[in-house]
Design a protein around this ligand. Structure first.
Ligand code: SF4
Length: 371
């Protein structure tokens, strides 16, 4: 989701969450739903129901007009406006907290955000959800580790269940919390109908998994958590993030999944984004995408042969064999996608997800236009 941050010079109000209306019909719908909103015309932008002029400064109005009707924005006391929901995107998410109980060596977030992040207040999450159109197809719940906020998260999840009846929810978690039976029970009771819990497995054994999460006991907790979720008929996506420390273990990870977790919804194999911890620990974790693909191909075939769906994320198409393009997803967020000069003459550029902005310097020499 592209955030589009805008600074309004003369805003003197308080923090607030607003929907966007750009025409009379949308404005009427927001009024009928009792939502605070920003009405944007070609000449100005006004906050309703208060009828406060946010701006008539032309440069600011032009920027605000990049938003769509039914987008949701936050306006901060300092005049910073940030988009929290893009009605034209299926890549929207709720960020719960940057804190995490693991500290993965290849995490694309830096240590600082994990140690110093404050949780978003529950009321703010609910207010944001209240503004989001209830027919939105997909929403992700993410962090950090979103379940670090404890039981409070279930009040929020229950709200989602009550109001988003047809939306698909993806919960990104390290899964450790689900080794506690009470949390599995609470989640089973509160989760919206179309929920998937996405959990990473970093190795086939504690030695490798815990070395990557740098958290002793995390493998056993994650494994038990996955087992409990599956037993309770909760859809689970398993995520395998490729890196130098686990790349030679992929066949064993595939065997673990086939033997113990064969009922997972699907397995996602994810190429690294080289920012945050990953960049800091570059020497320990980086392995070029082409080499990565060669090393994981047998594991992919094993999973497919066992009837387990596999998806590939973040791999530029030219770094993998064309017979796997059909399982490769365009997964990089809009604002992080980069292409190289070589891509200009590539005939599959529109199908290719490109490369992460934070990985381009390491991977650019590997790219090769398909002609
Ligand atoms: S050359 Fe560029 S557009 Fe073509 S497959 Fe590679 S990364 Fe994608």
């Amino acid at each position: 989701m592209e955030h589009i941050m805008i600074k309004i010079k003369n805003y003197k109000g308080f923090f607030r969450i607003l929907s966007i209306a750009k025409n009379e019909m949308d404005r009427r719908e927001l009024v009928a739903n009792c939502l605070d909103f920003l009405f944007i015309t070609e000449n100005d932008a006004t906050i309703y129901p208060d009828q406060i002029k946010l701006t008539n400064e032309m440069s600011e109005v032009i920027e605000l007009n990049k938003y769509n009707s039914f987008d949701v924005i936050e306006v901060w006391e300092n005049g910073l406006v940030s988009r929290k929901y893009n009605d034209k995107s299926d890549d929207n998410y709720f960020f719960i907290t940057g804190s995490c109980n693991s500290n993965c060596i290849m995490c694309p977030s830096p240590d600082f955000s994990r140690k110093n992040s404050k949780a978003v207040p529950l009321q703010e999450l609910i207010e944001l959800a209240r503004h989001i159109p209830k027919d939105t197809p997909h929403l992700t719940i993410t962090g950090g580790e979103p379940f670090m906020i404890g039981d409070r998260i279930f009040t929020f999840i229950e709200y989602l269940k009550t109001f988003f009846l047809n939306t698909e929810f993806l919960f990104l978690t390290n899964g450790r919390i689900f080794s506690i039976p009470r949390y599995v029970k609470l989640f089973s009771e509160c989760a919206p109908a179309y929920s998937v819990v996405a959990i990473p497995i970093h190795g086939s054994c504690s030695k490798i998994h815990d070395a990557i999460t740098r958290s002793s006991g995390s493998f056993n907790q994650t494994k038990f958590g996955i087992t409990q979720l599956l037993r309770n008929n909760i859809a689970v996506e398993l995520r395998l993030v490729t890196n130098k420390m686990n790349i030679d273990d992929f066949e064993k990870i595939a065997e673990l999944i086939i033997n113990d977790f064969s009922t997972v919804a699907y397995v996602s194999i994810i190429a690294m984004e080289m920012t945050g911890n990953a960049r800091l620990n570059y020497k320990d974790v980086w392995i070029p995408y082409r080499e990565t693909f060669q090393k994981i191909e047998t594991a992919i075939l094993k999973l497919l042969k066992a009837g387990i769906e596999v998806k590939l994320y973040n791999f530029p198409l030219c770094t993998i064999s064309s017979s796997y393009w059909s399982i490769s997803k365009q997964s990089i967020s809009y604002e992080k996608i980069r292409y190289s000069n070589k891509c200009k003459k590539c005939k599959v550029k529109t199908e290719c997800g490109g490369i992460f902005s934070g990985t381009k310097d390491l991977e650019e020499s590997e790219l090769e236009a398909i002609i």
